[in-house]
Design a protein. Structure first.
Length: 130
């Protein structure tokens, strides 16, 4: 069994998303909306969050829909692989940049498995552990 992480991201949101972020926070808290560990890749806003909850997630999606933004949820996250997931938000004109981003970027280790396919060994040290 292999464990993968997504490509590294820059800290903070892209500038175009800042006002939208404030509008979301006027209606719900950042954790319920899934806005945590703010990152970006070029003009793509990324939230690498531990969770998102019902009405808070509804607010995020409603505000994004209001501005014609695309939203993509993905189980891969560079922030804390296997504990967080990614919410990518982008404008139509930035769709090519979204498709350039590597969600499945690096194999960061291998686990041996027992006969029930349960992990029995820790992963190898990766470059992020150093």
């Amino acid at each position: 069994m292999n464990l993968y992480t997504s490509a590294p991201l820059e800290f903070g949101f892209p500038q175009w998303f800042e006002d939208i972020y404030e509008e979301i926070l006027e209606q719900t808290n950042f954790s319920d909306a899934g806005i945590d560990h703010q990152r970006h890749y070029k003009n793509i806003a990324f939230n690498q969050t531990y969770c998102a909850h019902g009405e808070g997630l509804d607010v995020l999606l409603d505000v994004c829909h209001k501005y014609g933004l695309k939203v993509h949820l993905n189980g891969a996250s560079q922030h804390y692989p296997s504990r967080t997931f990614s919410i990518a938000i982008y404008r139509q004109q930035d769709e090519a940049q979204f498709h350039d981003y590597a969600f499945c970027y690096k194999d960061i280790g291998r686990f041996e498995q027992d006969e029930n396919e349960q992990p029995i060994a820790m992963r190898e040290e990766s470059e992020w552990d150093k």
